[in-house]
Design a protein. Sequence first.
Length: 128
Amino acid sequence: MTSNSKKNYNKIKSTTLYIGNLAFKVREEKLWGFFTGFGEIKRIITGINRIDLSQCGFCFIEFCNPKISIICFVNCNGVQLYNRALKIDLDEGFNEGRQFGRGKRGGQLMEDSYPFKKKLRFLKKRVF
């Protein structure tokens, strides 16, 4: 079995989902309320900025049954929550330390280039 196929097999057997593109104002209670409708949740790990410990737009949800995580993945990927489309993926399982953002400023990696992209859009409007 190759490493990619083993990784995919582990994801299918996992009870954990990665939920991305969360609005920063989403609280853990809201996530419990939304995802409990699919089945029993073991725990929710909210992603936090490693520097200032604020929320940074992602979480891991660990269900009690791997079938529930697959059902949730299939039915919720792209669903709008606080006007943001959720990006959901099956995850191999949560390991301590993954709750922290990996970006230069402690948040998500995609946020590192955000000010540059915003400035670039502004300049394109002015120049072109």
